[in-house]
Design a protein around this ligand. Structure first.
Ligand SMILES: Cc1ncc(COP(=O)(O)O)c(C=O)c1O
Length: 408
């Protein structure tokens, strides 16, 4: 990534009112208190970028889509060795379920072991571009570890607030990677309040998801990458584990931009937002026909990343799900645990609980006909399963005695 490429950001736009904001200035939310979306001169991108040019770029993971990303100067790109995440077919599952072979997009291969690397690489690179020196965020774990890693790399100080039952690996990882790490006795929205109320006094830039305009641009690359990997086609259905919803909104934006630059046609996948029955505000809003979701009381699920009781981008998730003719579905923790164990045993792929939720939702949707058996389906596994507590295993073997091999 040494070459300087042309950049095409034209402005930012309020996702609710369409009000325009200048690029190249520090922003959080719009005046209406809604997320800002980055807009590009897509005619310019269309003239500057071809599919062949992309195919010839061998390095840099998602940085290959630089023309559709907001970082202006290459010197500000903060990288930890991003890779294109693989598409892993699950043929044994297909045989068991008598359906077309589902594909797992395994985001656990990214730096810090999750797709949060995409969003935070962009947020930190933009923070570097703007000269920001102190960032803070609430996190269920993965976003915090990605922010700490990328920010520490360029000397940006970070304050990170997690619910006190966040998976331990994440918390330790954040701290080791240089984040000032706090365990709060509340949920992610409570941690978000701590950031919001402290930011002025502490001089923090608030990097909460969708309150910062560039994480979504990073998450958007999941959609760009998926389309390129499928030969500039899209699957029939995408199942996405939905917390704040940034990835789903980002992919939807990616498909729109790809169509405008002539890389894909108007076809879209059905976007399926997967949540847990213990925290399903988007599912409830979708079922109620509402534009916004209500705060989910007493939110609980062991799939920590999708335990988000209220999301500022709720209306954008709901819009994308509806526009795509998709749906929102909740699965319970037992179904998630069973799906995780089955995928590991059948296919040798260790999903994270959030990824396992998409597999559980897929099985339930095949059973009730919401997904048909011949549809091409992509399941997003957003983190490596190794970041989560695993069930105990292993039988004791006394090797001071003769081993009875026949009994093993
Ligand atoms: C592993 C995992 N899956 C899914 C999500 C939800 O992502 P999003 O905020 O894009 O809905 C998270 C967020 O923390 C996560 O860590």
């Amino acid at each position: 990534m040494t070459t300087e490429l042309p950049t095409f950001t034209s402005h930012l736009e309020c996702s609710m009112t369409g009000e325009r904001y200048p690029a190249d200035e520090i922003h959080n939310l719009s005046a209406a208190g809604k997320p800002l979306l980055v807009r590009y001169d897509l005619e310019g991108v269309k003239a500057a970028l071809t599919k062949d040019m992309l195919a010839a770029r061998l390095e840099g993971g998602f940085w290959r889509y630089r023309e559709l990303l907001p970082v202006r100067r290459t010197e500000n790109v903060v990288s930890l060795g991003e890779v294109l995440t693989p598409l892993i077919p699950a043929p044994v599952v297909a045989r068991e379920l008598n359906c077309a072979v589902p594909i797992i997009k395994d985001e656990g291969r990214l730096p810090t072991g999750s797709f949060k690397a995409r969003g935070l690489a962009l947020a930190v690179s933009m923070a570097k571009e703007f000269g920001i020196t102190r960032m803070a965020m609430p996190t269920n774990g993965n976003a915090g570890s990605a922010m700490a890693a990328y920010a520490s790399r360029v000397g940006i100080e970070t304050w990170i607030f997690c619910p006190d039952d966040t998976p331990e690996v994440n918390v330790r990882e954040i701290a080791l990677q240089g984040g000032h790490t706090y365990l709060a006795n509340g949920l992610i929205n409570d941690c978000g309040r701590v950031v919001g109320e402290g930011k002025e006094a502490m001089g923090w830039f608030d990097c909460s998801t969708l309150k910062e305009p560039y994480r979504i641009e990073g998450k958007k690359t999941m959609g760009l990458e998926l389309a390129e990997q499928l030969g500039w086609t899209l699957p029939d259905v995408i199942l996405y584990p939905t917390g704040g919803g940034t990835g789903l909104i980002g992919m939807w934006k990616a498909f729109d931009e790809l169509e405008k630059i002539g890389f894909i046609g108007p076809e879209r996948p059905r976007m399926v937002a997967v949540q847990a029955t213990g925290c399903a505000p988007i599912v409830k809003a979708w079922e109620d026909g509402a534009d916004h979701a209500e705060l989910w009381p007493d939110a609980h699920t062991y799939a920590a990343g999708i335990r988000v009781p209220v999301a500022i981008g709720d209306f954008l998730v709901l819009r994308a799900v509806r526009a795509s003719n998709g749906f929102a579905i909740a699965v319970d923790d037992d179904e998630i645990a069973d799906a995780l164990a089955d995928m590991a045993r059948l296919e040798g792929v260790l999903l994270c609980p959030e990824g396992a939720a998409t597999f559980a939702a897929f099985r339930n949707s095949l059973a009730d006909g919401r997904i048909s058996r011949d549809e091409t389906v992509v399941l997003f596994n957003c983190a490596t399963g190794l970041k989560y507590p695993l069930p105990p295993a292993g039988r004791k073997l006394d090797i001071r005695q003769a081993v009875d091999y026949g009994s093993l």
